[in-house]
Design a protein. Structure first.
Length: 157
């Protein structure tokens, strides 16, 4: 199997996923599947015209390898297509950030820091009194939850 360009960027080990990167990965997988289909057609054509049993056996093995590879790519593709189908298409292509549930508190803190700057960590009131667990739960009210490969991610459309 070919090492895909976006393979490391699109997996559920990531704290943050971007729909545009996922779409690039989908395109990459679909291109690999198309290439496999093309190779398979060429082999089937060659197989139909070959009389040698040893060559036929070799071509059938190659055809099975391509079939297995296509199944692998297709199984990688399915959860990302399913995800894309669950969200607004226009927002998907302009960019949706998916935040892993276990990372959401850190994301909320970073967001608060973007709004309030360094004063957030200046260890002065009221910033020393923030219950980040509660703040994160309230922050989530602006988000929707979605399951990606059994893991909860939060996003805004």
């Amino acid at each position: 199997m070919v090492k895909l360009k976006f393979e490391d960027d699109v997996n559920t080990n990531k704290n943050i996923l971007d729909s545009r990167t996922i779409e690039d990965f989908i395109d990459e997988l679909e291109s690999e599947i198309d290439l496999i289909d093309s190779k398979s057609e060429d082999i089937e054509t060659e197989l139909a015209s070959t009389k040698s049993e040893s060559v036929k056996e070799h071509l059938e093995e190659k055809l099975q390898e391509l079939k297995d590879e296509k199944e692998d790519y297709s199984s990688q593709l399915k959860p990302w297509i399913d995800l894309r189908d669950q969200v607004d298409e226009g927002t998907w292509f302009s960019g949706i950030t998916f935040i892993r549930d276990s990372y959401m508190e850190r994301y909320a803190r970073d967001y608060a820091e973007d709004i309030h700057g360094d004063s957030l960590y200046s260890a002065t009131w009221p910033f020393t009194c923030i219950n980040w667990k509660q703040a994160t739960e309230e922050f989530k009210m602006d988000f929707s939850a979605i399951e990606i490969d059994g893991i909860t991610y939060w996003f805004r459309e």
